[in-house]
Design a protein around this ligand. Structure first.
Ligand code: SAH
Ligand code: DHB
Ligand code: MG
Length: 221
């Protein structure tokens, strides 16, 4: 099925996403440097961009940079003076991301932090760097619940928190799953279900990246 889904993703991108938006150079640089091709798809990147633009996001938090593909989609939605803080564990990924972000002219909008997110997030808090309008969580799936807790802590009322990869081939709905992603997603859903400060949904997706989905939560207030 994934091949048919890819054809439709390509069709969507060709019709609705301008060549300049598609970031071929970023994806080429990632492949050339041996980064795994696990960036969001072009239609998904554009969705993140549209959401960020629609809420007039000025401060964005991203957990899991990889080569900066999603970072650049989000950064392009920021107005004058806007910033995206993005956290990446692997220094090799971060180096590739830095170069991609600079090539796309987004260096002044991106604050890239290298380290394990659970170590970096407390320093962002200590710097008084909270009050994010939008958070995009897309790192190691086992920590998704912990990352959601941090995103909530660092968000302003009315903010959106989007979590990638919460369906993982349907394993999320299997109570007996041993899949790391499925287990991480189940923990996240339990946390969100019990969290009165947010209201949320999740959307399954198919496409060039297979069968997966996003969780989208809005911080009440
Ligand atoms: N958001 C990117 C894809 C991210 S892939 C895009 O769509 O373009 C997941 C990334 O999370 C990888 O680069 C991986 O190195 C990073 N990662 C894994 N564990 C992490 C951790 N504990 N803290 C921060 N980043 C982590
Ligand atoms: C995979 C996909 C992702 O979007 C991600 O963030 C991590 C891993 C994957 O398909 O393995
Ligand atoms: Mg992802």
């Amino acid at each position: 099925m994934v091949n048919e889904w890819r054809v439709v993703d390509d069709y969507i991108a060709e019709r609705l996403i301008a060549p300049a938006e598609r970031q071929a150079a970023t994806l080429n640089a990632n492949a050339h440097s041996g980064l795994p091709a696990i960036d969001v798809s072009a239609p998904q990147g554009k969705l993140l961009h549209l959401v960020a633009a629609s809420i007039g996001a000025r401060r964005i938090l991203e957990i899991g940079t990889l080569g900066g593909y999603s970072t650049i989609w989000l950064a392009r939605a920021l107005g004058e003076g806007g910033k995206i803080v993005t956290i990446e564990f692997d220094p090799r990924h971060a180096e590739v991301a830095r170069s991609n972000i600079a090539r796309e002219g987004m260096a002044d909008k991106v604050d890239l932090r290298v380290g394990a997110a659970l170590d970096v997030l407390p320093t962002i808090e200590a710097e008084g760097g909270g009050a994010f309008d939008l958070a995009f969580i897309d790192a190691d799936k086992a920590n998704n619940a912990a990352y959601f807790g941090w995103a909530l802590k660092l968000s302003r009322p009315g903010a959106l928190i989007i979590v990638d990869n919460v369906v993982r081939d349907g394993t999320v709905a299997d109570a007996a799953t041993k899949d790391d992603g499925g287990l991480g997603a189940r923990k996240l859903f339990d946390l969100v279900a019990a969290e009165p400060r947010v209201t949320a949904t999740a959307i399954q997706t198919v496409g060039s990246k297979g069968w997966d989905g996003f969780l989208i939560a809005r911080v009440k207030g």
